[in-house]
Design a protein around this ligand. Sequence first.
Ligand code: NAP
Length: 292
Amino acid sequence: MRQNLFGNQGFSVSVLGLGAGEIGDGSIPEDHVGHLLNLAVDSGINLVDTAKGYGLSEERIGRHLSWRRKDYILSTKVGYGIPGHADWSFGCITEGIETALRLMKTDVIDIVHLHSCPVEVLERGEAIDALERAKHDGKIKVAAYSGENDALDWCLKSGRFGGLQSSINVFDQDSIQRVIPKATANGIGYIAKRPVGNAPWRFADQPNGHYSETYWHRMKTMELDFGADWQSVALRFTAFHSGISSCIVGTTNLNHLKLNVEIIEHGPLPSDVVDHIRNCWQKHQQGWDGQV
Ligand SMILES: NC(=O)c1ccc[n+]([C@@H]2O[C@H](COP(=O)([O-])OP(=O)(O)OC[C@H]3O[C@@H](n4cnc5c(N)ncnc54)[C@H](OP(=O)(O)O)[C@@H]3O)[C@@H](O)[C@H]2O)c1
């Protein structure tokens, strides 16, 4: 699978990555998760993105994938949930990284994000200091931030992050112009999260309470309908957008994973389709911000 340099951070990532949020769900059988993770890497996916907050995800990556650690770039997120440490404190970040290293059975994590903390936390500085110390100590390779809007802007401006992650999809285009070009110019690797917008076209009626609910409304407002081609159009729109290093689709379905890999092989969308989607956004968006 085609790979992109992760900014100027010294390694490459596959255009399609694996969002490992959903595999943290304990009701999904262990052997299924093992099969999915290894199928992803066997298919050429070399970026696996997880977080402290994704249930069993980090532990399962360690259990099922660490035997082939050289085959994938590992990305996680920290900042909370460490007993004895206040969330976002220096100790919480440092211990969070140690915990992730242990759970994922590795000596170094390639990309570690602060997981959606607000600007006030960033301004205090200690969370970033802790990431930088971990980088200095060789425990992580890239200090990164995952989040949206004013906090994302703050991180870009600070010059202290080698990687950024934000929601980029047909229904969430806010950072495409405002953030990505400057990130590219500064050698920052960029991961697109929620890259197919949680596939809202699967729902005929408003999906109350589902993660895709906001995007479902935006889809209707934008008056877009790609029928049976939705997955292909949505995925290629995000995956091949200039400045994006990788897009991390979440799935627990083996067939969906295989389909996504096939879709990527078709390459970028025709430019008139991209322009149409960009124009629909410009025309219909009503101050829509990035969705965490
Ligand atoms: N704040 C943060 O840092 C943050 C927030 C959100 C997400 N993330 C990261 O981004 C990753 C992806 O986000 P996401 O999972 O919320 O959004 P997403 O990748 O845009 O959408 C995932 C949804 O799309 C469906 N899907 C995937 N491939 C499909 C296919 N070929 N056909 C039909 N449906 C398909 C999946 O269902 P099936 O399981 O049925 O395939 C799943 O419900 C997460 O796993 C996580 O790593 C980070």
